[in-house]
Design a binder for this molecule. Structure first.
Ligand code: CA
Length: 226
C-alpha cells in the first residue's frame, strides 16, 4: 500500500512539481493551495506525512500544523520556508513540525527527508507489533487480528496471548504464565490458566482457523505452527 502525502503550497507551479515528483516516487499525493483547504484535506485523507508551506493564504502552515497537532495527529510534518522566514523556525518546531526545508531546495533532499520520516514512523509502529503466522497483536492499541478478523479479548486474555507471542516456539510453564500474567501474589486455582487458554483458543479459532496455542503435556503451553 503506497503512503499518502499531502502538500499544502500556494505556489501552484511548485505544488504541481512536487505532486509530479512524489507521485513518480510511488506516493499517493493530495494537494491544497490554501491553509483552510489543507486542514480539511488533512482531516479527510488521513495522510502518512504532510508538507506544509509556511506562508499560505488564510491559515499559515504553522497554524495549520498547530491545529493538526491539537486534534491528535502524530504524522510527520515538514514545513517549507523561504530564506527570510528562517529566523522564526523555532516557532514552526514549537507548533509541532518535525522538520523544515528552506526554499529553494533540491528535490533529492526533500525526498530523502520524506523517506527518513516515514521510515522512523514505521519503526515506531513495528515496535508495538507482535506477529506470528496470521496472528498480530498491537501492544499499544491492544488490538488483535487473525488475518483480517479483529478479535476482542478481555484484559487477562490479551495479557496471556501477548506473553505467548513474546516468544513463539518457547514452551512456557504454568508457573511462568501464572507469575507473568496473574502476578506473584496470585492465590487461587492454577486451573485458571487452562480456562483462559480455552477462551483464547475459541476466539482465535472461531472460523476453524489452524490451532496456534498448543498444550505441552505436563509442562505448559507454547505458540507454534503445530
Ligand atoms: Ca507560500
Amino acid at each position: 500500500m503506497s503512503e499518502n502525502i499531502i502538500i499544502v503550497e500556494d505556489e501552484v507551479k511548485l505544488a504541481q512539481f512536487l505532486e509530479m515528483e512524489l507521485s513518480s516516487e510511488g506516493y499517493d499525493v493530495s494537494v491544497a493551495h490554501d491553509g483552510m483547504t489543507g486542514l480539511i484535506l488533512a482531516r479527510e485523507s488521513t495522510p502518512d506525512l504532510a508538507i506544509l508551506d509556511w506562508m499560505l493564504p488564510g491559515l499559515s502552515g504553522v497554524e495549520l500544523c498547530r491545529r493538526l497537532r491539537a486534534t491528535g495527529s502524530k504524522i510527520p510534518i515538514i514545513l517549507l520556508t523561504a530564506k527570510d522566514e528562517v529566523t522564526s523556525r523555532v516557532e514552526g518546531l514549537d507548533a509541532g513540525a518535525d522538520d523544515y526545508v528552506i526554499k529553494p531546495f533540491s528535490i533529492e533532499e526533500l525526498l530523502a527527508r520524506i523517506r527518513a520520516h516515514l521510515r522512523r514512523r514505521t519503526e515506531e509502529d513495528n515496535r508495538h507489533l507482535l506477529q506470528f503466522q496470521d496472528l498480530s497483536l498491537n501492544r499499544q492499541t491492544r488490538q488483535v487480528f487473525r488475518g483480517e478478523r479483529a478479535i476482542e479479548l478481555t484484559v487477562k486474555e490479551f495479557d496471556l496471548l501477548e506473553y505467548l507471542m513474546s516468544n513463539p516456539r518457547q514452551v512456557f510453564t504454568r508457573d511462568q504464565i501464572l507469575e507473568k500474567v496473574w502476578g506473584y501474589d496470585f492465590i487461587g486455582d492454577s486451573n485458571v490458566i487452562e480456562v483462559y487458554i480455552r477462551y483464547v483458543r475459541i476466539k482465535l479459532e472461531e472460523n476453524n482457523e489452524k490451532r496456534l496455542i498448543h498444550t505441552v503435556r505436563g509442562v505448559g503451553y507454547v505458540l507454534r505452527e503445530e
